[in-house]
Design a protein around this ligand. Structure first.
Ligand code: NA7
Length: 546
């Protein structure tokens, strides 16, 4: 594989490099990027750390893992054949089904032949003299290419809590995103879950059904809302299939690419009766409507947000039998929707079970983990299994773990340490020919929709370069500075940027990550795409092309 070989490159001349493009990651992004670049006749190799395709859906095998967006809005839209042949069995598919889907995609488009599995990229160095990249895997093997494209995810680098003695635990313990491929039997076992983000919520509501006893260690509660999942029968699937054009059109018209978008009315523009009827309707509806399809000012106006938060708090009180437990489950430090809203199925009712206990680690912090279990300031608890649902080194972690060295020997992590900035979340000055799919300051939202857009934007640029014999693309420093200003501007006045969460780059388990940063694009899909399209229409004037 790594022997010197003679290839014809995409222009028909003898290739200088092992590949025209190297893609890191065989998840939703990497698979589609491979498909698109192969369609341009490029020689592409995908390097994937896992043993199979799927990315997020390969790694996150924890119990209860599933989409929080409607399955039919969260798959690929690029292939009519794929849309025609794939049946989703639930409105919000579970991880095994999603993984089967991505495996099906890899097989259908014969993608595996260009994917090298168990290949963890350790370093990537730009070589100015040849306008190319050289990557190095953990095993020391090296590969070269003209272009380097990252499809490494924004939530792929897990973080464990900094708790003394964590290594000493003698039972089974797992981070949710490093779940074993073999089934874990927790029936009758004493199980601990640390963390109550979207992942913890999905895990807790599932594990409690069979665990002998489940103890949930909660630091800060989140505002959760019902998912309302349901099976999809053959007839409903047929009708969904017939509506795909409409579904993707809707996603294209909403602010973040979801099927839901803000209601044009302000919270207090309607009567109290109308307001509560609307909120009851949202609470009884599927998916992210309650977060993304709420009154237009719920996520920006403090008074509106407080009213909505009070509404959801009352729902929690209704659903949880023990009033003290209910109060502990109601967030007091942030309003509804200012952190990612975990969607749930009987999550709150889990706390009515006799085998489930909620421990508030803000009141009684965990002091240490021992060979037998967990010691808080209050007591000592024994466990057979500890599950860490403690989140990720979000957005930055997947880049920082690779030693990415650009022009003049500058390291990406050092440059971003000084200031996190990119152009469109796709390119970075000083890092020519490096393209990121959903990099920092890119639009997130409905990620598959954003991924398809970004992948196509990158593919179109590479095609543009090829037809003009160009070999080097680098965002200008001015373009990066102007995007940075735009990103800051778009993030103003949003409550979501005023609270500690992975979305604002805060992670208590990492050194120096206690200050909020703007790590993602908070403007709308329309603003983001307009800017990206203008760059294309303007002949990529913001890039230095040679
Ligand atoms: P999150 O949303 O970052 O949640 C991590 C959870 O773990 C959160 O409740 C944290 O409490 C808790 N945590 C982290 N460290 C500790 C320590 N040391 N002690 C106690 N509790 C801790 O990650 P998820 O995996 O749930 O979700 C990430 C995204 O993946 C999600 O938004 C989806 O988009 C998919 P905290 O709130 O910080 O007090």
């Amino acid at each position: 594989m790594n022997q010197p070989q003679t290839h014809l490159d995409s222009t028909g001349s003898e290739a200088e490099f092992d590949f025209d493009a190297i893609v890191i990651g065989a998840g939703v992004a990497g698979l589609y990027q491979l498909y698109r670049l192969r369609g341009l006749g490029m020689r592409v190799r995908v390097f994937e750390a896992g043993t199979g395709v799927g990315g997020t859906w390969y790694w996150n095998r924890y119990p209860g893992a599933r989409f929080d967006s409607e399955s039919y809005s969260y798959g690929y839209s690029f292939s009519q054949e794929l849309l025609d042949e794939w049946d989703w069995s639930e409105h919000f598919a579970s991880q095994p089904e999603i993984l089967s889907y991505l495996q099906h995609v890899a097989d259908k488009f014969d993608l595996r032949k260009d994917i090298q599995f168990s290949s963890d990229v350790k370093a990537a160095v730009y070589r100015e003299e040849t306008n190319s990249w050289q990557i190095e895997l953990q095993d020391g093997s090296r590969y070269t290419s003209r272009f380097l494209i990252t499809g490494i995810g924004l939530l792929s680098q897990p973080t464990l809590p900094k708790i003394p003695g964590i290594e000493s635990f003698q039972g089974q313990s797992f981070h949710t995103s490093r779940w074993p491929h073999e089934p874990v039997d927790y029936s009758g076992k004493r199980v601990a879950v640390i963390g109550t983000g979207a992942t913890g919520v999905q895990t807790i509501q599932e594990v409690c059904k069979t665990a002998g006893h489940l103890t949930v260690f909660q630091r800060r509660p989140n505002w959760c809302a019902p998912l309302h999942n349901a099976k999809i029968g053959p007839e409903e699937m047929q009708s969904i299939r017939e509506s795909y054009d409409e579904i993707f059109k809707t996603c294209g018209n909403t602010a973040a690419g979801f099927l839901h978008t803000a209601d044009p009315r302000g919270t207090f523009e309607v009567s109290e009766k109308e307001r509560y009827e609307f909120w009851e309707h949202l609470y009884a509806s599927k998916g992210f409507g309650i977060w993304q399809g709420n009154f237009k000012d719920v996520l920006s106006d403090r008074k509106a947000n407080k009213a909505m938060s009070d509404f959801v708090a009352d729902k929690i009180r209704e659903r949880v039998d023990n009033p003290e437990t209910a109060e502990r489950l109601i967030p007091k430090d942030h309003g509804f929707g200012s952190r990612r809203v975990p969607l749930e199925t009987n999550y709150y009712e889990s706390y009515n079970r006799s085998n489930v206990e909620l421990v508030d680690v803000t009141a009684t912090p965990i002091q240490e983990i021992t060979p037998d279990g967990i010691v808080t300031t209050d007591r000592s608890l024994e466990f057979d299994i500890i599950i860490y649902a403690t989140g990720f080194d979000a957005i930055l972690g997947s880049y920082n773990r690779i030693d990415i060295v650009g022009a003049d020997g500058r390291k990406l992590r050092d440059q971003w340490q000084e200031q996190l900035s990119t152009f469109l979340g796709i390119q970075v000055n000083n890092f020519p020919n490096l393209f990121m799919i959903l990099g920092p300051h890119a639009l997130l939202g409905n990620n598959p929709r954003s991924i398809e857009f970004n992948v196509e934007w990158i593919a179109n640029l590479l095609e543009y370069m090829r037809t003009r014999g160009l070999v080097r693309a680098e965002a200008t420093i001015e373009a990066v500075a102007s995007w940075y200003e735009h990103v800051l501007e778009q993030g103003k006045d949003l409550l979501i940027n005023e609270i500690d969460s992975w979305m604002t780059g805060v992670n208590s388990n990492l050194e120096g990550r206690d200050k909020r940063i703007v790590a993602r694009y908070s403007g709308t899909q329309q603003t983001f795409r307009k800017r990206c399209n203008e760059v294309v229409e303007g002949g990529y004037a913001e890039l230095n092309l040679q």
